[in-house]
Write a new protein. Structure first.
Length: 85
């Protein structure tokens, strides 16, 4: 038996990779397939509206860490600690 492909963004995949501590990727994709057999609803929409997963999806750790690091670099450039002014 063949099923239509599941298309997802890299952002969705990264978020799922971080979130699989609370559920398995296989379980998630199976539930998505059952709820959306024609694949007309996006993975992102399913994550945001599924009562089973809505509170379990976490942002990508790598993206959060990179954002924090960038914020620290910006802060250091805008507000240097050893200014001679």
């Amino acid at each position: 038996m063949f099923h239509p492909l599941i298309v997802m963004t890299i952002t969705d995949l990264e978020n799922l990779a971080t979130s699989v501590e609370e559920f398995s990727l296989r379980e998630f994709l199976q539930d998505y397939s059952i709820a959306n057999p024609e694949r007309l609803r996006s993975i992102r929409n399913f994550m945001a509206t599924s009562p089973k997963y809505v509170g379990k999806i976490r942002p990508s750790r790598e993206v959060v860490e990179a954002t924090f690091a960038m914020g620290e670099r910006i802060k250091a450039e805008l507000f240097p600690r050893n200014s001679n002014t």
